[in-house]
Structure formats: structure tokens, C-alpha cells
Design a binder for this molecule. Sequence first.
Ligand SMILES: Cc1ncc(COP(=O)(O)O)c(C=O)c1O
Length: 409
Amino acid sequence: MTDNKTDYLAAQIDDLKAQGLFNTIRTIDSPMDGHIVVDGRPALNFCANNYLGLANHPRLREAAKRAIDQYGIGPGAVRTIAGTMSLHVELEKRLAAFKGAEAVITLQSGFTANLATIPALVGKGDVIFSDALNHASIIDGCRLSGATIVSYTHNDVNDLRTKISEVQAGGYVTRSGETLGDNPNRRYLIVSDGVFSMDGDIAPLPELYTVAQEHDILLMMDDAHGEGVLGRGGRGIVDHFHLHGKVDIEVGTMSKAFGVVGGIVAGRRVIIDWLRQRARPFLFSSAMTVPDVAACLEAVDMLESSEELVQRLWSNAEFMKHELKTLGFDIGSSTTPIIPLMLGEAPLAQQFSRKLFENGVFAMAIGYPTVAKGKARIRVMNTAAHSQNDLEQALTAFEAVGKELGVIR
Ligand SMILES: Cc1ncc(COP(=O)(O)O)c(C=O)c1O
């Protein structure tokens, strides 16, 4: 092509490369598991959100195959137009029972679950109180709603309280300079990640619930990284804090611990009923595919019948945290199986990741804009699919690379 229309994109890509922020996506030539083949080389996998090792579990594989034989592959069209398959209905009922929620609606992904939910609940003239470190899909859902977004300091319930009081008193000036007048009809929503995926810390849900109750505000949690991880047998953050029936909306995903793909919105029946009428990704985009749904149903079966995988995940993560800390790494303050190995500048994190790979460990560097500038890291994702031997082998690589690059002594 001879025109200059895309020069600005090429310049931005060059800029990313110069800053060490250009993301080179590796190719996986094997199933997603504890051991994978990356760019043709075998490696231990510490990148995936496949917390329970279900992405390649024989039971899920078989369930997907059986369902394909019975129902085929695709849903054909959106559910409101072509009808809904009994499999989707069954999954929603099973998930509601699993999570102890009144009802569940499934979407194509966790990302679309947030885009579906937030704009269906609040709109222009309303106010959303959003944790400063919320996931991009929450941020996009908030933006799409047209409501005013008031960001509160990460996990700081006192700041949230202050912001709510200021907004409700009238005259609050937003960051963009907009003054919020007094409006008795204004609706409010508090929204937060449950587990913050880059640091592995957990939202103070009991306190958020108290604040939401004090002010009669809808409360929404995104439990993407808590699904299958937190609570009894992986029932999620609401179960973890024993708050069944108290959190209005719990968004989740089946792309991580469930090992498949698909979004979940669990909560009050009236909200789920409303989403079936008005959530745009539900009305205007086709549903999860048959093998996805069948595999997710099998995952629910497995989680309901045994806590073994969840326990193995946590004990593997505790071992890795302890050992990485003992080696002298800064591993932040995660209280979940996510371990952020803090390195600071993006080029160092990228170099660390490359060297790990040379040592047989696949663990990706995460830099801006996923995390703040100067907070680049290797995010070590532990899973139940790792054996003790895998963990020890990985630690040998972390130690060697850490010493070579002067991160530890
Ligand atoms: C908090 C949070 N919400 C939503 C998502 C999106 O989930 P999915 O991959 O199912 O779209 C993620 C994934 O990274 C997440 O961390």
C-alpha cells in the first residue's frame, strides 16, 4: 500500500517497542495445561488462569464431545430469537444452585458480562462508584452506561464513604469538572473486582456491603478470579465471606478456573430477569457454544463433588509464595494464588520473562497499560495442574534468572 493512512499506528507500535511495552504473543502448540509447548519448545506453564487445570481435563473433554454428538456445535442465533437450548438453561440453574444465588444468566465471556450488566442497571444521570483498580471490562461497562463514574481509592472503604456522602450532598465536582447537582431520582451502583487480578488482593466485601446497605445502593462484584478459587469448593467471593443473598450482582467467568469460556451474572432474580430483556450482549450476540456449555456443566459437577483441586491450587500457591519470598523476591501482598513478582521497569520484566523461557518456564511479563508504569512484574499463575516437581523446577529457574539479572542475591 502506498498511502499514509496508517503511519500513526506504525509510529505508535515503534514507540511501544522502544519502551519495551510491545506484546509479542507466543504460539501454543499443545493443550493448555501445567506443561505446554510454546513456539515449539516444551515449557512449564505459569501464565494461564487455568487455576484448577480443567482446560484439558479428560472429564471436560468427554462432556464436550458427548454434547456435540447430541446438540451439534453452535447456538444458531441469539437466544431471544432462535430460542434457548436446554443445555444453557441447565447450566444457569446449576450455577445458581452452586453459588447460592437466586438466578444466573450466562453470557459469552466475563468481559461481555460486565458490558451487559452495568449499562442495563444505570445510565446517564446516574452515578457509579468504581474501585480505582477495577478491570478494564468494568471500566468499559461503566463508560458504556453513560453514568458518571466516581473512582474511589483502591479497596479504601473510607474513601468510598466520603465520596458517596459528597455526591449525595450535591455539588460534587468530578475529575472531568462536571458538577453533580442534587437529584433525588439518581440511581447509584458500587462496583469492584472481587480478586484484583494483577496484585492478587481481595476486595473488602463485608465492608462494601455495609456501605451499600447504609446508603441503599446496588452492589456489584466481579468475581472473575474468585470463581472456582475462593469459597467452599470454589463457590466464589460471596461464599468466601458468607454473604449469600446480600450482594445484588456477582459477575464471573468460566474462562479461568472452569477452564472453558463464558460469562456468569448471578444475583437477584429481578436483575437477571431484567438482563434477559435489556442486556445488549445477550440480545444482540449469540450464546456460548454447545461444547463450552457442556464442559462448564461438567466443571460444576466436579466442583460440587470434591474440593480436592481447589485445595491443591491453594497449597501449591502457598508453597510458591513461601519459596519465592525466601529467595528474596518482592511478591507484593497477594492473598490469593496469584503471585506478582515485582520488578519495576517493563524492560527488566520482559528480559526476566525471556530468560525464564530459556530456562523452560513460561511466565509472562505484565507492563503498562495493564499495570501502572514502574510496576511491571512477572505474574506467576499457580494451578492445581502443577506437581511438586514442577514447582521445584520452576523455582530453580526463578532463582537462576533472579540472580543473573541482579534482582536477588
Ligand atoms: C476482573 C475480571 N473481569 C472480567 C474478565 C474477563 O473475563 P473473560 O476472559 O471471561 O472475558 C477478567 C479477565 O481477565 C477479569 O480479570
